[in-house]
Design a protein around this ligand. Structure first.
Ligand code: PGA
Length: 252
């Protein structure tokens, strides 16, 4: 059975003290939460990863990275390698967030290399993708999503997919307050599962967790998560507030 996942992407927010307060609040509030098949992830900034890994120790909260460089090591000023992340206890990394794609020039080709590096290091990739508003307005959203998946992931062997989590995030819904309707999310998630089934097989398609991201909040989480092909969420703004994030986790 595929896992349900609620992941908080803190982006460039929370200094060391704020990170500590937030993780402690989350730990306390989740003490009696029955995780069962649910995973809870938080992605703080690089500088706070190490201390948060320690703080999350003995809780079920997983600390993950927001990004990673594709090279093994070398002259890449300002970048972080898979080995550095693994060495401090990080097992998963978010790749291809739309902010990485649009502000930092991450192309499908770069992302497919990042995916390869992640998997080679036995880490999990949380692969983000999604269409722009103009793609949806021109009814190209399915085409765009299909090509992002093909270019980023469809070179992989079937066996590699056990370490892949997908996060469909329509760019027009990220940080805008505008959310895809539960029907729009379900329609796209079902499409994604169908093209994975076509490329690989039904079992593999049914085992991949597909998260929705884009203005998920306590007031809309339950309805979005109730859709059969939506396996959780990648949460930005609402993950910065413990009460909101907990409410979203409890909606799963
Ligand atoms: P948002 O961000 O929840 O603030 O829209 C989602 C994301 O960027 O992953």
């Amino acid at each position: 059975m595929r896992a349900k996942i609620v992941a908080g992407n803190w982006k460039m927010n929370n200094n060391k003290d704020e990170s500590k307060t937030l993780i402690n609040e989350l730990k306390n509030s989740l003490k009696d939460f029955s995780f069962n098949n649910t995973r809870v992830l938080v992605a703080p900034t690089f500088v706070n990863l190490s201390s948060l890994v320690k703080r999350a120790n003995k809780s079920k909260i997983e600390v993950v990275a927001q990004n990673m460089h594709q090279a093994k090591n070398g002259a890449f000023t300002g970048e972080i390698s898979a080995d550095m992340l693994k060495n401090i206890g990080i097992k998963s990394v978010i790749l291809g967030h739309s902010e990485r794609r649009s502000y930092f020039g991450e192309t499908d080709a770069i992302l497919s290399e990042k995916v390869n590096t992640t998997l080679k290091n036995n880490m999990e990739a949380i692969f983000c993708f999604g269409e722009l508003l103009e793609d949806r307005s021109s009814e190209n959203h399915f085409k765009v999503v299909e090509s992002q998946l093909k270019n980023g992931l469809f070179h992989l062997e079937a066996s590699a997919w056990k370490n892949i989590v997908l996060a469909y995030e329509p760019v027009w819904a990220i940080g805008t307050g505008e959310t895809a309707s539960p029907q729009q999310a379900q329609e796209m998630h079902a499409f994604i599962r169908a093209i994975i089934k076509e490329k690989y097989n039904e079992t593999l398609a049914n085992n991949v967790s597909i998260l929705y991201g884009g203005s998920v909040k306590p007031s809309n989480a339950e309805e979005i998560f109730s859709k059969p092909d939506v396996d959780g969420g990648l949460i930005g703004g609402a993950a910065l507030n413990a009460q909101d994030f907990i409410a979203i986790i409890k909606a799963i």
